[in-house]
Design a protein. Structure first.
Length: 319
């Protein structure tokens, strides 16, 4: 895909891109016009309206008119809005009449978006639409054709690219199992089915081990009622196949209530299920439930581990 840069004239910087910017997102627009990307950028840079955007994309090229480290005026959320002050704006051309040219322009916009996501290390949640910032139906034709469809185009391209060159950055498939009086079967996936998590509802987990395809996984656990909220030493997946007490995290038959998991390659997402608890009359005093997902890249604070001190867990998922 060809990228053409057009320099914003110095006398227009005060009007078109006055602020320096650390971008945190992409804002997608449709031009609601039938002009080429070069025509859109030229017109935008030349007029005296407080309207500007970083890129225009048509059926055969990408044209950039504003640097990514300067702000644009496109989202309609004012001079302090996240859209205007932190968004990289992309206009997809030929949206008024649609047809082949627009279809191709959208595909080219996907290429540009994937390139931006990879350069900043962003996920799909960084792709936003003009409509997210104000009550305006933009990007109109992309919305007509389906926003989720558009996001899927981006995801497909992102995943294809990462399969070929980024495999070493991921843990690959994670295999894990839990002990609740006996070692339960290995789990190789993570979903809502019966074999999509480790554990059995109603039985407290006291041991946990895991391994991954690339690199090592570490697991660190906290035992229910441990004094001073002391955590056990972390264990490594290197010993996964061993039977000694360092091959798993936990102390068998002592319930654990919290766990932390991380990896040497890529990262891990994990969560725990709290065991339901009833009083002697059978009334539920602790509701059994899955807690929020934890990302191993969160290093400190209560969001860095899964579980709540004082509550037994009976299910664990990780991927
Ligand atoms: Zn727009």
């Amino acid at each position: 895909m060809q990228l053409t840069k057009v320099k914003c004239p110095n006398y227009q910087i005060e009007l078109k891109c006055p602020y320096s910017m650390n971008p945190t997102r992409i804002v997608v627009h449709n031009t609601y016009n039938d002009a080429s990307a070069m025509a859109e950028i030229s017109y935008m840079l030349g007029n005296s309206n407080e309207v500007s955007f970083h890129y225009a994309v048509d059926d055969y090229r990408i044209v950039q008119g504003i640097e990514e480290n300067r702000n644009g005026w496109h989202a309609g959320d004012g001079s302090r809005g996240k859209g205007n002050r932190e968004g990289i704006a992309i206009e997809i051309c030929y949206s008024k009449s649609g047809g082949e040219k627009f279809i191709k322009a959208e595909q080219n916009a996907v290429e540009l978006i994937v390139d931006i996501l990879k350069r900043y290390g962003w996920g799909i949640e960084k792709v936003t639409k003009h409509q997210d910032y104000m009550d305006k139906y933009c990007p109109h034709r992309t919305l007509d054709m389906g926003w989720n469809r558009f996001l899927k185009m981006i995801l497909d391209k992102l995943n294809n690219n990462s399969k070929t060159n980024k495999i070493e950055d991921t843990t690959g498939i994670i295999t894990y199992k839990a002990y609740d009086g006996t070692w339960l079967p290995e789990v190789h996936k993570c979903d809502a089915t019966d074999d999509g998590y480790a554990g059995r509802y109603g039985r407290a987990i006291s041991g946990l081990k895991g391994k991954c395809e690339h690199g090592e996984i570490f697991i660190q656990s906290h035992i229910l009622g441990a004094p001073n909220n002391e955590w056990l030493e972390p264990i490594s997946s290197k010993d996964y196949n061993e039977n000694h007490s360092n091959s798993y995290s936990g102390i068998l038959n002592k319930s654990m209530d919290c766990t932390k998991i991380w990896s040497t390659v890529g990262w891990v997402k994990f969560r725990t299920h709290i065991k339901e608890k009833k009083d002697k009359n059978g009334n539920i005093i602790v509701r059994g439930r899955w807690l929020p997902w934890v990302d191993s890249r969160t290093k400190i604070g209560t969001e860095s581990y899964a579980g709540i001190y004082g509550y037994e867990i009976d299910g664990i998922q990780m991927y």
